[in-house]
Design a protein around this ligand. Sequence first.
Ligand SMILES: *Cc1c(COP(=O)(O)O)cnc(C)c1O
Length: 363
Amino acid sequence: MTGDAAGPVALAIDLDAIAANWRLLSRKHAGPVAAVVKADAYGLGAAKVAPHLHAAGCRHFFVAHPSEALALRPLLPTVMLAVLNGLWPGVEDELAAHGIAPVLGSLDEIDRWSATAAHVGHALPALLHVDTGMNRLGLSLPEIDALAAEPDRLGGIALLYVMTHLVSAEFPDDPENQRQRLRFDAACARLPIAPRSIANSAGIFLGPDFALDLARPGAALYGINPMPGQPNPMAPVVRLRARILQARDVQQGETVGYNGQWIAPRASRIATVSVGYADGYLRSLTNRATAYFDGRPVPLVGRVSMDLSTFDVTDAPGAQPGAWLDLIGPHHDVDAVAREAGTNGYEILTSLGARYARTYQAA
Ligand SMILES: *Cc1c(COP(=O)(O)O)cnc(C)c1O
């Protein structure tokens, strides 16, 4: 969808703020800093975000699916482009042809990538994923032993990084971080020597023990606080605004929206905007979200419906049809909306709707 500033909803994405966040993380982390641009760069638009980060100096990119890597490859022809979710059977030749690096997380994946290298006649890039506690993807300790006993299984594979993923990086006091760190050391000691990668956004803030070669931030690039409970060091990236379609007066005791989930405690003025759960403005925000009008909070009242939401603007007299409400913005960031919805900022961003007119700010 093209940007339509005249429309009823505006989603502004600050590409320069994303680049500034990448630079901040690059100052914080001694080694190279990648960009995780899976899920369409957390809903913000990978085709815009990734080239902007490349221009800022980023040379390592991660996606989750092969299709995401293939779509990005023409925009990022020379960088490391890695597929976190591994090597799905049948995609080997296409990934090889485009120099895309799968993150290999099982012996079967290793064997198929090694066979593909033999078949194409040159070495193929890959990362190895070691599981240290997440128990989703990655080589288990017995698999690492099997690999250590038969190192030829990595034949033809140009090993770029060995990586693992932290379970609770955003909780620095969780002892699991250190346990994973030690398990990773033990695993790496049995594998061929290669650069290592452990830190996601929050991991970058865990201190020097976690400052291994390549950092893999996603969330913090997009403005999510990598240190919950502390001041957010990241620049805000997303601003979601909606214009009031109608404003109406309701009497004390009248209800607003489906199933009468809000009953006016006093004579009230209700503003309706063109944003609902079909746009990723989650239904769990019912009676909980806050928007801002002219710097002043206005509470969401009643059920969030598919295409509409309603706010109590009784105390905001200027909130007339055509006026803008800030749903995500300077007064109320992604993490704040996430708290109201009972989720995390990742889900708020990756749910941002396809109907929003996205506009991109870059100098
Ligand atoms: C999504 C993901 C990341 C990025 O994590 P953030 O918390 O968004 O920084 C890094 N590594 C892996 C394996 C991931 O799946």
